[in-house]
Design a protein around this ligand. Structure first.
Ligand code: ADP
Length: 939
């Protein structure tokens, strides 16, 4: 407390003391006047010290004396007062002293406590700043205490009870063994100062640990103190330091190496510079040569080599030299330049331009051994020296240098007869010069091939059957190919629309220049001034100098357009055709969907064309499966005809139809679909039913007629038979009586009458034979036997016996093949043969008759043929001759009745066969007849 405050309180205490004493007056009276002063003085002494206590004591005694000691309200400053005040003062002094001492002691203690707190705080802070925690081990009460920083380092909440084990668990597993080991040895007296890792919140930290252990007198461990420092930062720094030191070292090493290299290079450069300086003049000369070479490089190769050789000779101070090129496989060498001096002096005959490398002399060792060849004393013996050919310029020394490109020898140069020895400098000059030359030659060749390439490209453009041109943004045409020029002319100084259309400005519908706007290729159609249509392709194009152009290509598509137009009209035409039909027509895709129909289909189904198209065609039939099957048949065979189906109308009405369908193909022959036409057969069906009725009726009629006919035939036959039979008698009588008359009146009759009588006899005879024939004819059916198995060969033999006479007379030759067994009436077969063969004999021409009888089996019948070489028959008579009494000749020329063939016909027909003749006048005839063969196996 401040001094003046202490005294202020000392003074203040006095009124308090006095007032309190007044308050106590009723209880105490005026005895013990200092009852309140003492305690107050003691309090002031204790709180304010000795001085204020004395002040309070002295003043308090005075005032108390005045108010409370008798006589009241006066001071009794006598001995009593003095002793009283002395006691009070002394008491105050004593108490004040004691108070002061106590206060001192308290403030010291307080100070010490603050100091302690401060130093604790400082320690804590020091620990925090130093990242060092500490611990203390007390073995006696088994207490391990950690400082706050130690807890922080291990990231364990402060005041968590710790044991050695819980400490161990925080240590990095890899270091745990080591730490344990060290602690064990520390317990045995070793120093404990280690660094190890701990794992804190999943992160690794480095700590340094130190410990000092304390022992009892008997040597047992009593406790210890230790520190733990977080050295992660240092460790990291050390690591970084190590890294940066390593890096620095590497850099220093690199720099050193670089320096060494630079030094070396510098040294080399210095040397090189020296050398360069020495050969500068030579280089200049060579460069000059190369420069001139580059200027003359547009000339033919041989000029370049000639010039190079001159320079090579000059540069090496030689007298003579040559340059040659090697073939691709390095086996053949071609001379391209020889120095003038050699040519002048050379007396080698002939002009060998090419040599084989293998055959050449010692100089070619340069090629064979692939290295420069120095011969500085040619007169010395050399292995492989062949000697100079007679007439060659004399040689002192020479240098031959191969020129390499990518490890391949492409050329070779030789110089000779320098006055001093050839050295590397000469070689170098030639190598460099020749390399330069080779480059120029190559460049020349490249330019030539470029030119020819360009020419070829140009030729391609010129030959293309389409037009190609280039257009500038301002409508000029810097290029046009042949087709363009031929079509539209070519005017590079005119704008395209001027010379193409004679317009003052570009037309609006030209799409070419869209390319410049969009920078995209453009494709459009154009009708040229020649009226033809073009497919135009425009492309953005850059000229060699980068300027913008348009590349345009035009293909004449007039024909295609016409074809398209034709196609369009064809399809219109086809559509017209489709609609013109009254039958329902439909086209179907390969997938069975309707692609088109005509009005008739719409009518028959009652569904509109739009709704039919795209639907399944089989939907509209009463039997969709059958329709589908028919459709498959079309694909398998390419068509179907008269495929019966029934179409169902929307209202249920059914229409019977027959489908005719075919596939249709495109130009490549690929099936595009099916074209199907239906024919309404409702009408037809009705007609068919009527027809059937009519047919049955007709059949009845025919049956009736046949029966009638059979009856009438029979009657007729009967009649013929009766007639001929009954006629026989009177005829016989006539003929008998005429013969009698003739006999009797023979001598009396004149010649004329005789002749008449002969006619009569003749007529009667003929009448008889006619009647016989007729009789025979009518008997064929009535007297004919039922057919039986008959050996036709045998029958023929018998028939021929009957014809023996006439065969003999006529000298006829009869050839008969093996004939079959047939079902026939053998008597009638014999008649058949006799008639045909006798006719064949009778109607012979100039040749002796030759008759061939044969038979073969065909169509369930035996075909017999009787072939002759006679007069033949005019084609118009080949049918008529089979009629009864029909003949083609007079009786005078060929006898006969005209019954034979009609008999044959009747016989054959009776057996169910046919008879006919094939003949040509003058070429003979063949009579065929067939006999059905039911068994068919009796050949
Ligand atoms: P005929 O032999 O009695 O005249 P046919 O009925 O046998 O009567 O023959 C009818 C006619 O057919 C003959 O008159 C003859 O003109 C012609 N004819 C028949 N056979 C032959 C034949 N082999 N060659 C040429 N003509 C023939």
């Amino acid at each position: 407390m401040k001094n003046h405050l202490r005294y202020f309180y000392a003074l203040l205490a006095i009124p308090v003391v006095i007032l309190t004493r007044f308050a106590l007056l009723p209880a105490t009276g005026h005895g013990t006047p200092f009852i309140t002063l003492f305690p107050a003085t003691v309090v002031i002494a204790l709180l304010g010290g000795m001085g204020p206590a004395i002040l309070t004591g002295v003043l308090g005694v005075l005032i108390s004396d005045y108010f409370f000691i008798e006589p009241l309200h006066s001071w009794n400053l006598g001995t009593e007062f003095l002793s009283r005040s002395t006691i009070v003062v002394l008491t105050s002094v004593f108490v004040g002293y004691i108070g002061a001492v106590l206060r001192e002691a308290r403030s010291k203690a307080e100070k010490q406590a603050i100091e302690l707190d401060k130093s604790r705080e400082d320690l804590k802070r020091a620990q925090t700043v130093a990242l060092t925690g500490s611990w203390r081990l007390n073995v006696r009460n088994n207490q391990l205490t950690w400082s706050d920083e130690a807890y922080r380092i291990f990231s364990i909440p402060v005041d968590t009870p710790m044991t050695y084990e819980s400490f161990l668990s925080s240590i990095h597993p890899d270091d745990r063994g080591m730490v344990n080991e060290k602690w064990e040895s520390a317990l045995k007296g070793q120093t404990y100062d280690i660094e190890h890792r701990i794992v804190v919140d999943g992160q690794i930290k480095w700590v340094r640990e130190k410990a000092e252990l304390e022992y009892e007198k008997d040597g047992t461990l009593s406790g210890g103190f230790g520190t733990v420092t977080d050295v992660t930062g240092r460790k990291k720094m050390e690591e970084e330091l190590r890294n940066s030191r390593d890096e620095l070292e590497t850099r220093v090493k690199e720099r050193t190496a670089e320096l060494q290299l630079i030094n070396k290079q510098l040294k080399e450069e210095n040397e090189e510079r020296l050398r360069t300086e020495q050969s500068l003049r030579l280089e200049e000369a060579r460069l000059d040569a190369l420069l001139r070479l580059s200027q003359i490089s547009d000339v033919p190769v041989d000029k370049i080599t000639g010039f190079t050789l001159e320079q090579a000779i000059a540069l090496t101070r030689s007298k003579i030299g040559f340059i040659g090129f090697l073939s691709e496989d390095e086996s053949v060498y071609t001379l391209h330049a020889v120095s003038k001096d050699v040519v002048k002096d050379c007396k080698v005959t002939g002009n060998p331009i090419q040599w084989k490398v293998g055959d050449a002399g010692i100089w070619a060792d340069a090629l064979r051994e692939r290295r420069t060849l120095f011969i500085n004393d040619y007169s010395k013996p050399h292995p492989g020296k062949k000697g100079l050919p007679p007439g060659h310029v004399p040689m002192d020394r020479f240098l031959v240098v191969p020129v390499f490109v990518d490890e391949k020898i492409v050329a070779v140069a030789g110089v000779g007869n320098k006055t001093s020895d050839y050295n590397e400098s000469d070689e170098r000059q030639i190598v460099l010069l020749l390399n330069g030359m080779w480059n120029y030659v190559q460049r020349n060749r490249a330019r030539e091939s470029l030119l020819s390439e360009r020419q070829r490209f140009n030729d391609v453009l010129e030959t293309l059957p389409v037009y190609v041109c280039l257009l500038t943004p301002d409508y000029y045409m810097p290029f046009a190919n042949r087709v363009f020029r031929d079509l539209f002319g070519y005017y590079p100084d005119k704008k395209c629309y001027e010379f193409l259309f004679n317009r003052p400005e570009p037309s609006d519908d030209c799409e070419t220049y869209e390319v410049l706007r969009t920078n995209e290729p453009q494709h459009w159609e154009w009708t040229g001034p020649n009226g033809r249509d073009y497919d135009i392709f425009d492309f953005p194009f850059r000229d060699t100098d980068g300027s913008r152009l348009i590349l345009e290509m035009g293909i004449d598509i007039t024909k295609q357009k016409q074809a398209q137009e034709a196609l369009r009209s064809t399809s219109l035409y086809a559509r017209g055709l489709l609609e013109a039909s009254l039958d329902p027509l439909v086209t179907i895709s390969p997938k069975g969907k309707i692609t088109d129909v005509n009005e008739a289909t719409v009518k028959v189904t009652g569904i509109t064309r739009e709704r039919l198209i795209g639907t399944d065609f089989s939907n509209y039939f009463t039997e969709p499966d059958k329709a589908e099957e028919g459709y498959q048949q079309v694909f398998a065979r390419g068509y179907v005809t008269d495929y019966p189906l029934t179409i169902r109308h929307r209202n249920g009405r059914l229409t019977d139809v027959l489908y005719n369908a075919t596939v249709y193909k495109n130009e490549e022959g690929k099936v595009q679909g099916v074209f199907a036409a239906a024919r309404d057969i409702t009408e037809k069906k009705i007609t068919e039913a009527e027809l059937e009725k009519y047919r049955l009726h007709l059949e009845d009629l025919v049956k009736q007629r046949t029966e009638e006919l059979a009856r009438s035939n029979k009657d007729l036959e009967q009649f013929a038979y009766v007639a001929s039979h009954d006629l026989q008698e009177p005829l016989r009588a006539v003929s008998g009586f005429v013969s009698l008359l003739h006999h009797r009146l023979k001598d009396m009759l004149d010649d004329k009458t005789k002749e008449y009588m002969d006619f009569t006899v003749d007529g009667v005879t003929r009448m008889q034979s006619l009647i016989n024939g007729l009789l025979e004819y009518s008997r064929i059916d009535t007297r004919g036997k039922p057919p039986e198995k008959t050996d036709s060969g045998k029958v023929l033999e018998e028939a021929l016996i009957g014809l023996k006479m006439s065969i003999k007379e006529s000298g006829a030759k009869i050839i008969a093949d093996k004939l079959p067994i047939v079902h026939i009436d053998p008597v009638q077969l014999s008649q058949l043969f006799q008639n045909l063969i006798s006719n064949a004999i009778k109607f012979h021409g100039d040749l002796l008759p030759e008759i061939h009888i044969s038979a073969s089996r065909l169509d369930k019948a035996w075909w017999f043929a009787v072939k002759d070489n006679g007069i033949g028959i005019e084609p118009q008579y080949t049918e008529r001759i089979f009629l009864i009494f029909h003949r083609l000749h007079t009786r005078k020329k060929y006898t006969g009745t005209g019954i034979g063939l009609s008999l044959c016909k009747k016989i054959v027909e009776r057996h169910g066969g046919k008879i006919w003749v094939e003949s040509e006048p003058g070429q003979g005839s063949t009579f065929y007849f067939t006999i059905p063969d039911m068994e068919g196996d009796n050949q």
